[in-house]
Design a protein around this ligand. Structure first.
Ligand SMILES: [Zn+2]
Ligand SMILES: [Zn+2]
Length: 344
């Protein structure tokens, strides 16, 4: 079957043939119906430190945001049946470490990331995954919507951890799909003002089109910190850093108000220095977000999409056949896309 991922190290994405996977005990085979490119996949495109640390060997099929139909079940699978529509939690926990046993399996010490640490991801026709991370999807949610539940869940987890109260002012640094989801959720959660910042022209326009942010700041033409102080007097109550840019991480700490919260969602491509004294003097609370709570975030995310409280498809800008993935990655690397869906 045709697959998209890496056949070798270095810049770029390969399209290649690979054997269909077989289910091991406790595993299911899923026929992929919709899958999306994530910022994390770009690490593999660039072949940076993150990719080199995670790569399980070649060939490597990328993709972890997806939905599909169960077509085969391995020995001992009890909860799922052939024909079930599913999406997947990408964190595969060990089940026995301290964090797994104390209610935080998403930060398991031995966590394996589906589609990142595994040979088979979702950029192909058939993929394999443990039954315990497959999430059954209700009929009212389309395959395209279901493929976005994983990144939407990151935004849900981030907004929940931020504890937004009605009337809070919020800045969201980065208008990629997760940044856009956060802007929408912050507004629904009662934020009085949502200020978004971004450097890509394409994504600035997309944020304006989605329309959840009250103010969209072009961070290349305007100093976002100064703009935030103009709009809020004393800085924002909550900052979500959703770009991973070294510059934005610093700006976030400057624009947060005293006693404010900074929620770090973006993964930085380089080690980033921050001024600890700013955190101390302003009494800032800094929180990191790694994925979703397992599985409470999933249940809540499904309810949000099912009840039409949010339209996750608003962030989708491209729908392409799987084999056009190399072009899709180039487009994404230039920041000229929101969420790109690939259809096998
Ligand atoms: Zn992802
Ligand atoms: Zn564990």
């Amino acid at each position: 079957m045709e697959a998209v991922g890496k056949l070798k190290g270095g810049l770029g994405i390969d399209v290649f043939e690979i054997d269909e996977p077989r289910p091991g005990p406790g595993e299911v085979i899923v026929e992929v119906r919709a899958t999306a490119i994530c910022g994390t996949d770009l690490h593999f495109y660039y072949w940076d430190d993150y990719a080199r640390r995670h790569n399980p060997g070649f060939p490597k099929v990328l993709g972890h945001e997806f939905s599909g139909v169960v077509v085969e079940v391995g020995e001992g699978v009890k909860r799922l049946d052939i024909g079930d529509r599913v999406a997947a939690e990408t964190h595969i926990p060990c089940g026995s470490c301290y964090y797994c046993r104390t209610g935080r399996p998403h930060i398991c010490e031995n966590v394996k990331l589906y589609g990142i640490d595994t040979t088979y991801g979702s950029f192909t026709k058939y993929t394999v995954l443990p039954e315990r991370v497959a999430i059954r999807i209700p009929e009212e949610i389309s395959f395209e919507e279901a493929a976005l539940l994983e990144p939407f869940g990151v935004a849900m987890h981030a907004v929940s951890e931020a504890g937004i109260k009605p009337g809070d002012t919020v800045a969201v640094l980065g208008c990629g799909p997760i940044g856009l989801f956060i802007q929408q959720l912050a507004k629904i959660s009662g934020a009085s003002k949502v200020i978004a910042t971004e450097v890509s022209k394409y994504r600035l326009n997309l944020a304006r089109k989605v329309g959840a942010a009250d103010e969209v700041v072009d961070a290349l033409r305007e100093d976002p910190v100064r703009r935030v102080y103009e709009l809020t007097c004393r800085g924002v109550d909550v900052v979500f850093e959703a770009s991973g840019s070294t510059k934005a991480v610093k700006q976030g700490l400057e624009m947060v108000s005293k006693s404010g919260r900074v929620v770090q969602v973006g993964i930085a491509r380089r080690p980033t220095k921050i001024n600890i004294n700013t955190i101390v003097e302003k009494e800032v609370r800094l929180v990191g977000i790694a994925g979703r709570l397992m599985f409470s975030t999933w249940y809540r995310s499904i309810r949000m999409v099912q009840s039409r409280a949010i339209d996750v498809l608003q962030v989708v800008t491209h729908r392409l056949p799987l084999r056009q993935a190399p072009k899709a990655f180039e487009t994404l690397s230039r920041g000229e896309a929101g969420k790109i869906l690939l259809i096998p």
